[in-house]
Ligand binder design. Structure first.
Ligand SMILES: [Mg+2]
Length: 302
């Protein structure tokens, strides 16, 4: 069944995904605090408020550009990233510098393509912010991957970073099936069909082969869980976890966070995808303890 393409439904789905992404990011980042390690083992949440990081800040820009333009306008997106860039939200050094230069009048096209000796960044930053875009385009998953592709370029131009964003957007689009969340294998099959050949794609095939593994730590050891903060070291595991957790936000969060790695980002991805679908909203108490979305996001006050 195809999801509703009306502007109201697109906005509602994207906002639900954005809120899930923010909870995953904010709560995931709590477990970098050593005092909270024992809580993670016991699957207990620390007391709030939980502050979100760069994942949510950038996702808010993606959402705001979609609301304002009904598609991704790359210049508007780069401007929003640069204007709202808060140095203290845990951005990587290359993106910190790039966004400062864009704010000072630099051209994102030149700056982003020059990163890492002209290869562009293959970090997971384009993927971590994109689940709400997939939710927006749930009525057209192919368009979700296309818009995700162009949304990556203002900061991430390496093929793996771009494909990582495409894969997460495809997953969020497919997760929002109005007939209910797809089966885990159906979700990953659909994502694999929508992304080009790449290390991310190879990782997704491996993730599909491991869907019946009970032990997330083994899967993370094989697929990676963001320790290198690259797209291919992050996206396959995050989507493995999301595929198995559709319809159950808490289960998804704990399965993703428990293996460590780049926890704010793996949880932002997996939780943003799950929250895009029916029954995938975060628990109300978790949402309450998560820092509110910034005031510049349209509808943040809802
Ligand atoms: Mg972060």
């Amino acid at each position: 069944m195809t999801a509703d393409s009306s502007p109201d439904r697109r906005l509602a789905r994207a906002l639900a995904s954005l809120r899930g992404l923010a909870v995953g990011d904010a709560l995931g980042s709590q477990f970098f605090v050593p005092a909270n390690y024992p809580l993670l083992k016991r699957r207990e949440v620390p007391s709030g408020p939980w502050q979100w990081t760069d994942d949510t800040e950038m996702a808010c820009s993606v959402f705001t550009v979609l609301v304002g333009h009904d598609r991704i306008d790359q210049d508007a997106l780069a401007r929003s990233f640069a204007e709202h860039h808060d140095f203290d939200r845990g951005y990587g050094p290359a993106v910190n510098r790039l966004l400062r230069l864009v704010r000072e009048g630099g051209d994102w096209r030149e700056l982003a393509s020059a990163l890492f000796k002209g290869q562009g960044s293959w970090g997971n930053g384009a993927a971590m912010r994109i689940a709400p875009l997939g939710a927006w385009y749930a009525d057209d998953p192919e368009q979700a991957t296309h818009q995700a592709e162009i949304s990556a370029y203002p900061t991430h131009q390496h093929r793996e970073a771009v494909v990582g964003a495409m894969a997460v957007a495809a997953a969020a689009a497919l997760a929002a099936d109005p007939a209910g969340p797809p089966a885990p294998k159906t979700l990953l099959d659909g994502v694999i069909d929508l992304v080009p050949r790449s290390a991310v794609g190879a990782g997704l095939r491996r993730a599909r082969d491991m869907l019946d593994y009970g032990d997330a730590a083994t899967v993370a050891a094989v697929l990676g869980c963001g320790r290198r903060t690259t797209a291919h070291d992050t996206v396959p595991f995050a989507l493995w976890s999301a595929a198995r957790g559709l319809g159950d936000f808490e289960r998804t969060f704990w399965a993703t966070a428990q293996v460590g790695g780049d926890m704010d980002t793996t949880c932002a991805i997996a939780c943003g995808v799950v929250a895009s679908g029916e029954g995938g909203a975060p628990p109300g108490e978790w949402l309450e303890q998560t820092e509110a979305l910034p005031g510049w996001v349209p509808v943040a006050a809802d």
